[in-house]
Structures are given as C-alpha cells and as structure tokens.
Write a protein that binds this ligand. Structure first.
Ligand code: BGC
Length: 766
C-alpha cells in the first residue's frame, strides 16, 4: 500500500514537473513569438517613415527646450511653448525627451507633463509614435518629489549585498513609473580607478567584479518583471567606456586605457549588463587614448554591437555631439560631429536644446555621408525599446495606481541599505558603540545637513537646494539628539566646506562633552563641478579635528563623502571612524544607530582608500607598481584596503578547502570556508574570495575578486560557506589581448579582512 502511495506521489511530481516545463517552454515560445511580432511591426513602421521622420526619432531633447523661458531658467510650472512644442513633438516627431522641467514635479504633475506630450505625439504626429522619456533617477526616483532617495551607488557597493542593489532597482523603477517615467539613465557601470574623480560616489567603485554583480542585480530589480510591466523601467547603463579613468582625475578627461586593460577591467561590467538584458547604454563623454568615445566606432559598433551582440539603444551623453567640436576639437563643426557620432554607432543623440542634428542627419544621408542602413539600424533599436516598454499601448501610467510610492516598506529598504553600507574603519579600544547616556558634542560641516547625506542628483542636479528637503528626514545631529535626548547634545557647526565658521566655539563646548562626533565631508557635486585639485580632505575641516583632538576628548570621525579624501594627518587623532559615503535620506538615522549600537556595522570598502597622494593604486596593482620594496622605496600603503570594514563582533575563518588541487580545461571547482562569529553579538559578514595568478606573461594582478557572499551569524554561530567556481575565474587577459589561463600555480584567498586572508594553492594544467 505504502509502495503504491509512493508511486502515485512520484507520478504526480513528474506530471507537475512536465507541466512546469511545458509552461516554461510556452513562456519562452510566446516570448520569442512576441519579439518576432515586434520586429515585424518595426519593419512595417520603418517602411512608412520618411527620412525626416527617421532622423526625428534619433533626437533626444531636454524637456526645457519645449517649455516657456530659457532652458536653464528655474521654473515652477511646466508651461509649454506652443510653437516649439508643435515643432518638436508634431512636425519633427522627435523620438525621445529627458530631464526635469526646471523644478521637481510630484508624480501627478509628471503624469500631466508626460500625458500632454504623449497625447500629441500619438494623436497629432503623422505616424503616432510615442516618445521615450529618459531621466536620471540614479538613487531612487530622485527627480520625483516625494520619492525615497537611496544611498548613492558607492554605498550600495559597500553593502556587498547584491539583493540590496536589486531592491534599489526595483523600488526606483516602481517610483519612476508612478510618474510615467519608463527609462532610467542608470545604473552606472563605470570602473573608478582614480580617486580624484568626482563621480566615484555614483559608481560601484574600483572592482570590475563587484561592479558587474551590483550592476546586474540593479538591472534585474528594474526589469525582471518584464519591461512591459507597469512597475518596470528600462535601464540605461553608463558610461561606455572608461569614464571613471580620466588620467588627471577630472570629469570627462582623457583616459589612457590599453586594449588589455580595457578587456580585463572596463568591459566586463558592460558585458554582464548586456547579458542581463540592458536595452539602453549611454556613451561616455570622455576620450580614451585621445579618441572621444562619441566617435569611437571600434568601441561602439565593433565591440558593443558586434562582439557583445547588444540589441538595444546607444544614446549619446548630454550635448556630446557638439562637445566633439567644443571639448575635443575632433570635429570642425556640428554637422561633421553628427556624422562622426552616428557613423560610430550612436542611435539616439542627446542634443538637449536644438533640432539641428535632425536636419544634419537628413542632409548627411542625402549626400551619402551616412548610410540609410545605419539610420534604419538606429531607428529599429529605438522603436524596439518603445515596443518592449509597451509605450504604444501604455504611454503613461496612472499615478494613483502606485500605493507603495514613498511607502514605509520602501523607506525600510532604504534604511537597510544605508545601515548595511556604512563602514567602520577604525574602532580604537572598542570605543564604539557609544553609550546613549553620555553627553555628546556634534560638530562639523556634514553634521546638520540632509543635502550632504543625499549628495548630487537629489531633487536638483547638484543637490544643494534645500527647498525640496523632506522635514521628516533626520540629519546626523537630529538622529543623535533623538537617540540620547536633546539635552545631552551640543551642536556647533565649526566649519563650512572650505571656511572656518566657529571652530573655537566647538572647541570650547567640548568641556561638557564625554564624546565628540565630528562629521566632515564633501559639498554635494557631480560632473565638472565635482572636479578638485587636491585629494586631501579640505584643510579647514582637518584643522577642526586637530583642534578638537587637543582637548583630549575621544573623537568619532564620520566621513560623508563619495570620494576617499585623504585623512592621514587626522586619522591618528581620532578613536573611531565611520565611512558613511553618501547614505541618502535615511543616512542620519543609520549613522546614529551604528554610533550607538542599535545596528552592527557590516559595510566594507568598495575601493582602496589612499593614504598618500603619491601612492594611489587600485588593489589589483601590478608587482612593478611596488617594486624595490626591499630597499624601502615603494610599496602599497593605502589608508584602508579595498574590502576592509570592521564589525562590533569578531569573525574567525578556518578550514579553507578546495575540492580539487589540479584543474584543467573548463572545469568547475568548489571552495569552502568556515566562518565563526566569535564575539557576543550577531553580525553580518561579507566573505570575500580572491584569486592570485602566481606567474603570468602579462604581469599578474596582486589579486582579483572572484566571488563574495554576505552572511548573517548569531553570536557564537559558525557556518560553512561554499562557492562554486570554474576555471574561467582564473582567466586574465594575456599577451594577445584574449582571455587565457597560463598553466601554473594560483592562490585562492578567502576572508573578511584583506590583511588576514586564508590561502590555498591550486594548479592549472593544460
Ligand atoms: C551625465 C549623465 C546623465 C546625462 C543626462 C550627463 O551630463 O554625464 O550621467 O545621464 O547628463 O542628464
């Protein structure tokens, strides 16, 4: 009887499995059929389009170009300029719009704006093609008033928790779509190799693998329900390629990237994004090896559209066609620049102010300088994305159908991301967490500012306006007061970004304080306004710390900054250091909860924190970078290493084992390690796995991150963590610029602290 029952169960399971398979294959089939139908629709539309209509689709303007008033004039309502509106939307039937109207609309106002545009585009233009609206909602739907604003990407990377990146993408999409904004100019997949660069805060840091995983997770969060879903947005991954590597550390500067570095470090995040379904990629505004990316056919057509088989839209960055003339001196005028950009493979030109590029494209096709095939390819990609997003059926979304917009659930996800990101870099004599019964002096430029926590792209481009600040959000000062009671907290700003305000008053107030929490950091900035000439934390902020240190009172230093500003002179003067990055709207709360121990910190640095301006290297430096170490000339002397971050508990690693000693061809292998929480409170720990090729013709990197996993351990708990790897993880770019594994010895390095990694050797044989 038992046997018969067992057989029935097995039969039912098999039946349900085959049903699942059937459903899955029907899904795949219908997906393929749907895509084929879309391609047919595109062919049909293309057949009806005039050259001018095709060229019109290739233009992306900024919204203010069709509003009353000057482009950059601040506005408080979106009043359309009737003539311009008709010319751009109806007569030229342009393909795409981006940017805010010059103020930050609520989702209902966005709806009205987008509806007005779409209704005209679809009802009054000859072919009725909807507009593709793009926006920089880069840390939450920051350009929709009332949305949650997450930590910037650098902080998300510091969580080492890809699920938080995924959730960030999902919530950002939901809150963007609530405002009828279907295309997001995010995530940022730049590999930030120069700490001077001002947009590090917007990137996932210096490591190609961490960037790839975080980028992919964000894409899945944004798109995994299907682009046609009214809570999804299409991503636009940026900036292709080498934007984070400007040689002088300035924004949009020339980068020197040899082919082997391009392939080893800079392309992998984009490859992963393309495989993950990205349908938008933005070109970098800089030049690489002197070649502006906006005319680089090799990068765009050969590598991106060719090798990577990318089928989505390639969009130029802001004004970058004219910048080929003005910023790069690579084209003599805008007509020539348009030709170079389109012929390099760019499909959509973000030409914010004018229609001129459309007329140039028409003329260039007529003279044979751009082929009609190139234009057809561009328009096909643009229409494809519009169909995938279902814009022909749903050109805008009802803002009332998004009950979770700005909800407690979204705020909780935001808080969790901030609290998993903040990184404890120093904790002398376990000074942290502080007791909440003590008296605290809170001081420093970043102590009482929501704008500094949010950074740039926060309601306004530079994020410096205060009028949009949500009064319910807490600064660090507010949160500390809430924690220990206002009567136990004194606040003195001490300094501004670059100027002393009242540092002496701050010093005098230390008398009554048990602890000093000094919050320093950067003025919110992005792009060119974020350029700096010195990496040191501004002198005046360092002076404040030095003066406070003379009082002998214990100091907790909180760093609110996207970049790692050099702090070598003040680091020895303080007892605790928290790197807060740009932690977003819930950052004040999260910082305070870590300071007073409600949250156990678990962030780890997603970049190398340099100590000296003359010793700036990513953690994957080459041996020659630190040669002559025995003579004491050079070495690798960061302030804090990539992957470093402390906890209020301790973790011990043991039993590192690998199931195979020798590998060959394409093989899988498993690495396992036991991690034990040896302290007395629960904690999260990011387990990091690196590989080091011991000898290779192309000098091997010091090490390379190949896996990570963030786990939670109760006090006293031990877990065995297993990683599945393949021989692919051992590959690096060889002498002929292809991925290779040269036979020989490799080290697998595993741990949670880059200075205490466990090591295991393996061998690769041909
Ligand atoms: C930035 C991009 C951004 C674009 C549109 C550019 O200046 O470099 O990151 O997506 O503007 O706002």
């Amino acid at each position: 009887m038992k046997r018969i029952a067992q057989l029935i169960v097995i039969a039912l399971v098999l039946l349900s499995c085959s049903k699942d398979k059937q459903i899955a294959s029907t899904d795949v089939k219908s997906e393929t059929v749907k895509k084929a139908e879309i391609e047919t629709k595109i062919t049909n539309i293309l057949a009806k389009m005039t050259l001018k209509e095709k060229a019109g689709q290739m233009l992306n303007i900024g919204l203010p170009a069709i509003l009353k008033g000057g482009y950059w004039e601040p506005k408080d309502s979106a009043d359309f300029n009737k003539d311009k509106f008709k010319k751009f939307i109806v007569d030229y039937a342009i393909g795409s719009i981006h940017n805010t109207p010059g103020f930050i609309p609520e989702k209902e106002v966005w709806y009205q704006i987008v509806k007005t545009i779409q209704d005209s585009a679809m009802q009054k233009s000859r072919l009725g093609i909807p507009i593709l609206y793009g926006i920089d909602n880069i840390h939450g739907a920051n350009y929709v008033n009332g949305s949650v604003m997450f930590p910037h990407q650098i902080a998300v990377a510091a969580t080492w928790n890809t699920e938080l990146s995924r959730i960030g993408g999902e919530i950002t999409s939901y809150e963007s779509r609530a405002a009828s904004l279907p295309w997001n100019f995010n995530p940022n997949a730049d590999v930030a190799t120069n700490p001077l660069w001002g947009r590090i805060g917007e990137s996932f840091g210096e490591d190609p693998y961490l960037i790839s995983e975080m980028t992919n997770a964000y894409i899945q969060g944004s798109q995994e329900k299907g682009l046609e879903n009214s809570t999804s947005t299409a991503v636009c991954v940026k900036h292709f390629v080498g934007y984070g590597a400007g040689r002088n550390g300035k924004d949009r500067a020339n980068a020197i990237i040899p082919e082997n570095s391009l392939r080893q470090y800079f392309l992998p995040p984009f490859e992963k994004a393309v495989k993950g379904g990205a349908m938008g990629i933005m070109i970098s505004s800089n030049a690489v090896n002197g070649i502006p990316c906006h005319l680089n056919t090799y990068y765009i057509t050969d590598i991106l559209k060719g090798e990577m088989d990318y089928k989505g839209v390639v969009i130029s960055d802001f004004s970058d066609v004219e910048f080929l003339v003005e910023a790069h001196a690579s084209a003599k005028d805008k007509r020539e620049a348009t030709k170079l950009a389109v012929n390099s493979g760019i499909d959509l030109l973000m030409n914010p102010y004018d229609i001129d590029v459309v007329d140039f494209i028409v003329e260039l096709v007529e003279t044979g300088e751009i082929s009609i095939e190139r234009v057809n390819d561009a328009v096909t990609r643009i229409l494809r994305l519009k169909f995938y997003l279902n814009l022909f059926e749903t050109p805008y979304n009802n803002p009332n159908e998004y009950p979770e917009f700005g909800s407690e659930k979204h705020i909780a996800a935001n808080y969790k991301t901030a609290s998993e990101a903040i990184t404890l870099l120093k904790n002398k004599n376990e000074i942290l967490p502080l007791s909440s019964t003590k008296k605290i002096l809170v001081t420093g430029y970043a102590a009482n500012s929501i704008n500094m926590l949010n950074g740039a792209w926060s309601r306004s481009f530079l994020g410096r306006e205060t009028k949009y600040n949500d009064p319910t959000k807490l600064t660090i000062l507010d949160a500390v007061k809430k924690q220990v009671g206002a009567k136990n907290v004194e606040f003195v700003a001490g300094t501004d970004y670059l100027d002393d305000i009242n540092s002496d008053v701050a010093v005098s107030k230390t008398k009554n304080a048990d602890y000093i929490v000094v919050c320093v950091g950067e003025i919110p900035a992005s792009e060119k306004p974020s350029d700096i000439n010195e990496l040191d934390l501004p002198k005046i902020q360092q002076e404040l710390v030095k003066k406070l240190a003379k009082t002998g009172k214990p100091i907790i230093l909180v760093l609110v900054q996207g970049r790692p500003r050099i702090i070598k002179d003040i680091e020895p003067l303080v007892d605790g250091i928290l790197m807060a990055y740009l932690p977003g709207q819930e950052g004040g709360r999260a910082i305070s909860d870590i300071i007073f121990g409600d949250v156990n910190p678990s962030g780890k640095l997603p970049y190398t924190y340099p100590k000296y301006t003359g010793n700036i290297l990513p953690y994957y430096y080459k041996k020659a970078d630190i040669r002559d170490i025995s003579w004491g000339y050079d070495g690798f002397y960061p302030q804090f290493e990539f992957g470093f971050g402390l906890s209020y508990t301790t973790f011990e690693y043991s039993n590192l084992s690998i199931d195979k000693d020798t590998l060959s061809n394409s093989e899988e292998f498993k690495v396992s390690v036991t991690v034990e929480n040896t302290g007395d409170r629960a904690g999260n720990e990011a387990v990091e796995v690196f590989v080091k090729d011991v000898v290779a013709t192309v000098s091997p990197d010091a090490k390379k991150l190949i896996r990570f996993n963030k786990i939670n351990l109760k006090a006293g708990e031990a877990k065995t963590v297993e990683f599945k790897l393949t021989t692919k993880d051992l590959e690096s770019i060889g002498i002929d610029n292809n991925w290779v594994i040269e036979p020989g010895e490799f080290e697998i390095l595993v741990g949670g602290n880059p200075q205490e990694l466990l090591k295991h050797k393996i061998y690769y044989k041909n």
